[in-house]
Design a binder for this molecule. Structure first.
Ligand SMILES: Nc1ncnc2c1ncn2[C@@H]1O[C@H](COP(=O)(O)OP(=O)(O)O)[C@@H](O)[C@H]1O
Ligand SMILES: CC(=O)OP(=O)(O)O
Ligand SMILES: [Mg+2]
Length: 406
């Protein structure tokens, strides 16, 4: 029997999202997630898709990512889709930080594991979870290729002028300090899907991609290649996020150390976990923030305005970087669902050829779609991301020795 299935694991700091796909037609056989890992109220939601059966949910304590993956394996087993299946060709893993070394999907061996481990200090929320996912999957199926697909890979085409910080070169090089960028799998997938929506080849278009999830980043993509992105050495730089500050004067850190008496670890936690939207208004979910804004809550309004102000600055910056823009694409949880965010981010940019049609913007759906009026020079689009499909496609292409990107 030929093996045509790929299991994709996207291990986040406190969650694991997974999908099992059949790569003959890229159909999904099962999908699910385990969230709040490490808490008493972890939740697993598993949806078998090949049978059309309903979702199964389960709440309880899942101690760590190892336990989470074993719980996922048990759920797949119940549907006859267990990890022991000979139809499984490979397991694809999202790995957030790959440094400069990994520009392509890579079959994991001891040296690759060591490099992902070495990069933990620059992706402390993500790489440890990714590593545990790989190690557990290896233990369950030691015979299968485990493929790492790196968030940083798409951004390795950035020119030095965008990738370097303006700090002392020797110090920067000694500590490998540069801008790596993240969410690359999504930026790659969405920029290609946007070209397709415009009826063009990726090489023919310049796109600004706005990936707005819990973590958020923007990228400038010229002819299919990334030329700039908003995240940097770590996923902390750039846009205002659910719990991360994004850009600020680095001197804030010295000030907090000298005057606020805080340690490096305390400031790290402050900026990564207690800043952004949650730090500004106590909520990191855009649905809740919009509900509060609509009720006249001033604190939520200010948080929303700060979020939009930063987003607009990046649209302008990447417009200038690209010179000519064919499309601005909104994606991920906020970008795909929050019409008020899309409307506000583009408001007032008519002189740049950017506008949103209120009726089109209000339409909901899971397909890529245009939301700009016909007269607008630049297309504004909602393009749902599919990191799992992209990881599965790259993983299968690698183990199968062929390239079949959509
Ligand atoms: N209907 C919606 N309206 C507004 N925001 C939404 C909606 N659905 C999801 N979101 C936002 O999307 C976020 C999650 O995005 P997602 O891309 O799934 O993030 P991540 O992959 O980083 O966990 C939520 O925190 C919430 O703010
Ligand atoms: C890199 C990053 O920020 O990822 P996420 O949005 O999944 O937290
Ligand atoms: Mg995400």
């Amino acid at each position: 029997m030929s093996s045509t299935r790929v299991l994709v694991l996207n291990s986040g700091s406190s969650s694991v999202k997974y999908q099992l796909l059949d790569m003959r037609d890229s159909s999904r056989l099962a999908a699910g997630l385990v969230e709040r890992i490490g808490e008493e109220t972890s939740r697993l939601k598993h949806t078998p898709l090949h049978t059309g059966g309903g979702s199964r949910e389960w709440t309880g304590a899942v101690a760590d990512h190892d336990a989470a993956l074993k719980a996922v394996a048990a759920e797949l087993d119940k549907d006859g889709l267990g990890l022991d299946s000979p139809e499984l060709a490979a397991i694809g893993h999202r790995v957030v930080h790959g440094g400069r070394r990994f520009t392509e999907p890579t079959v994991v061996d001891d040296a690759v594991l060591a490099e992902i481990e070495r990069l933990i200090p620059v992706a402390p929320l993500h790489n440890p979870a990714n590593l545990t996912g790989i190690r557990t999957a290896m233990a369950l199926r030691p015979d299968l290729p485990q493929v790492a697909v790196f968030d940083t890979a798409f951004h390795t085409t950035m020119p030095e002028s965008a990738a370097r910080y303006a700090i002392d070169v020797e110090t920067a090089d000694a500590h490998r300090i540069r801008r790596y960028g993240f969410h690359g799998t999504s930026h790659a997938y969405v920029s290609r899907a946007t070209a397709k929506l415009l009826g063009k080849a990726p090489e023919e278009v310049n796109v600004i991609v706005l990936h707005l999830g819990n973590g958020a980043s923007a990228s400038a993509v010229r002819g299919g290649r990334c030329v700039d992105t908003s995240m940097g050495l770590t996923p902390l730089e750039g846009l205002v996020m659910g719990t991360r500050s994004g850009d600020m004067d680095p001197a804030v850190i010295f000030h907090l150390m000298r005057v606020g008496g805080m340690s490096a670890d305390e400031i790290d936690a402050l900026l990564n976990k207690r800043s952004g939207l949650i730090g500004l208004c106590g909520d990191n979910d855009m649905r809740e923030i919009r509900r509060r804004v609509d009720e006249g809550d001033e604190q939520a309004r200010l948080a929303f305005d700060i979020y939009i102000h930063r987003l607009k600055k990046y649209i302008g910056a990447y417009y200038a970087v690209l010179g000519k823009v064919d499309a601005v694409a909104f994606t991920a949880g906020v970008g795909e669902n929050a019409a008020p965010v899309r409307e506000a981010a583009v408001a007032g940019l008519e002189e740049l050829g950017l506008a949103v049609d209120a009726e089109l913007n209000a339409v909901r759906g899971s397909e890529p779609r245009l939301i700009s009026p016909e007269y607008a020079r630049v297309a504004v689009a909602v393009v749902p991301t599919d990191e799992e499909l992209e990881i599965a496609t790259q993983t299968y292409a690698l183990v199968n020795g062929s390239s079949n990107l959509t």
